[in-house]
Design a protein around this ligand. Structure first.
Ligand code: DGI
Ligand code: FE
Ligand code: FE
Length: 191
C-alpha cells in the first residue's frame, strides 16, 4: 500500500479538517523518521491511519474495548482516549494492516506508553507538532523536535498534563507513566 492508496482509504472516515491534520501528521512523521532513523514507510502509514477511528460512535468503541480485552479503565476516563486503541484494532481488521509496529504506534499515539519504541515517539510527536497545530507551547516543542526526540516528546506530554489539570480533567495513568519514564530516562542519560 502506498501513501495515495492509504489516504484514499482513510479519507471517508474523516472530516476535511481532520484529513488536513492527517496529512500534516504524515508529512511530519516522515521527516522525523528520516531525522531520527525510524522506518519512513511505517511512519507514513501510521501517520495516515493514526486517527482512523476518531469519528466512531462511542457505543461502538465501548463494545470493542470490552470485547477485545482492552483496559476497561479506559471507560472511566475521557472518551477522547478511545480512538487510539480502537483505531489500532480497526486498522488491522478493516484495512488489513498487520505490521505490529504500525499498529502499536497508532495504539499509543494519544497517551504514549513507558518504553515507547522509536516509531511510537515519532507518531506521538508528529501528532502534536504538525503544521496545523496552533496551541500555546507548540512552537517550543517544534524547536525541541529539531534537537532531541525524547525531550520534545517529554515536553509535549508535560504540556498535555498541565493543560488537562487546568481543565480539571482526569489524567490517564499511562500518560503519567509515560511522562515519568521519559523523564527518568533523560535524567539517566544526562548523568
Ligand atoms: O486525536 P487528536 O486530536 O489528533 O490528538 P490526540 O489523539 O493526541 O488526543 C486527543 C485528546 O486526548 C486531546 O484533546 C488530549 C486528550 N488526552 C491525552 N491524554 C489524556 C487526554 N485526556 C485525558 N482526559 N487524559 C489523558 O491522559
Ligand atoms: Fe488522535
Ligand atoms: Fe491526530
Amino acid at each position: 500500500m502506498n501513501r495515495e492508496e492509504a489516504l484514499k482509504i482513510v479519507k471517508p472516515h474523516l472530516t476535511d479538517h481532520r484529513y488536513e491534520h492527517t496529512i500534516g501528521v504524515t508529512d511530519t512523521a516522515v521527516k522525523l523518521a528520516e531525522k531520527y532513523g525510524a522506518d519512513t514507510y511505517k511512519a507514513e502509514i501510521a501517520g495516515v491511519f493514526h486517527d482512523y477511528a476518531k469519528f466512531r460512535q462511542k457505543e461502538e468503541m465501548k463494545t470493542i474495548i470490552v470485547e477485545r480485552g482492552m483496559p476497561e479503565s479506559l471507560l472511566t476516563h475521557s472518551s477522547e482516549l478511545w480512538h487510539a486503541p480502537v483505531g489500532a484494532h480497526l486498522v488491522e481488521k478493516e484495512v488489513g494492516i498487520e505490521d505490529l509496529e504500525i499498529l502499536e504506534a497508532i495504539r499509543n499515539h494519544t497517551t504514549g506508553k513507558p518504553g515507547m519504541p522509536l516509531l511510537d515517539k515519532v507518531i506521538f510527536l508528529a501528532d502534536y507538532i504538525e503544521p496545523g497545530r496552533q496551541f500555546p507551547g507548540v512552537e517550543e516543542v517544534r524547536e525541541l523536535a529539531n534537537e532531541n526526540l525524547d525531550r520534545a516528546v517529554l515536553k509535549a506530554i508535560q504540556n498535555t498534563i498541565i493543560f488537562l489539570m487546568k481543565q480539571k480533567q482526569l489524567i490517564y495513568p499511562q500518560t503519567v507513566d509515560t511522562y515519568n519514564d521519559l523523564l527518568a530516562s533523560i535524567k539517566e542519560k544526562g548523568k
